[in-house]
Design a protein around this ligand. Structure first.
Ligand SMILES: [Fe+2]
Length: 242
């Protein structure tokens, strides 16, 4: 596992660190966009990418080298894999093996393992009077992770390392209204219910997801992953009648 992580971490070790403001609240997370502009233009309305032209921006929160220790201590039930479908649970050794072989590794509730993430997540929860939770996704290039889906909560995506192409659309079968490659340091906001999918490009990708819910969180981040195509058709037919 060490060798594998080392391959992932080479880039971040070589790059010089540029100091940035401490990210500890919604205001510092979305900077340089102001809170006023964010809530007026995007919150609950449409997806947006906030670029700060600082590839180091989110490495104060998590970096590849940290993952090596995190994965040793991480409880098995915090880990899952994705392979262009719903989350795959399993034994830790098996999940790490799947990750090594090309699947996307997903670490749930990562804020419980990293104090800087717990601080950020807790502050945003307090400010918005909401519940929050965080995930990390480690993906291989050109390998789809989660399939097209929507989440029942608002989401911020913090691209830490690598590049990931995102597509966001209002509904299944609709043309994406946002299609863009996230670069290190970019932030993506996804309103609750907007369909999305992403695939890593060029190199291995590490991103964090911050989910914000005003109801109780469902444990599954993927609303539609639990429906078979047949049940989905049936559900959509029934919904059309009302
Ligand atoms: Fe999602």
């Amino acid at each position: 596992m060490t060798t594998f992580i080392s391959q992932f971490s080479t880039l971040s070790q070589q790059q010089s660190y540029r100091r940035t403001e401490t990210i500890k609240s919604l205001e510092t997370l979305i900077a340089p966009l102001s809170l006023k502009e964010f809530f007026k233009k995007y919150w609950k309305k449409k997806a947006a990418i906030i670029a700060d032209d600082n590839p180091q921006k989110f490495r104060q929160l998590l970096y590849w080298e940290q993952l090596q220790n995190l994965l040793v201590d991480c409880p098995e039930n915090h880990l899952k894999c994705f392979d262009n479908g719903p989350p795959i649970p399993g034994e830790k050794a098996n999940l790490l093996q799947r990750w090594h072989q090309s699947q996307t590794l997903h670490i749930e509730r990562i804020e419980k393992l990293v104090p800087a993430l717990e601080q950020l997540s807790g502050q945003i929860a307090e400010d918005l009077k909401a519940s929050t939770k965080m995930y990390a996704f480690c993906s291989h290039p050109n390998r789809p992770g989660a399939h097209l889906h929507y989440d029942r909560f608002d989401v911020f995506v913090l691209q830490i390392q690598g590049y990931k192409k995102w597509q966001v659309q209002l509904n299944r079968g609709r043309k994406p209204y946002l299609e863009r490659v996230l670069q290190p340091g970019d932030l993506l906001y996804l309103p609750r219910g907007h369909w999305h999918q992403a695939v890593a490009a060029k190199e291995q990708s590490l991103h964090l997801t911050l989910g914000i819910s005003f109801n109780n969180f469902d444990d599954s981040p993927l609303e539609e992953s639990t429906f078979s195509p047949f049940l989905l058709k049936l559900k959509n037919k029934i919904l059309k009648k009302f």
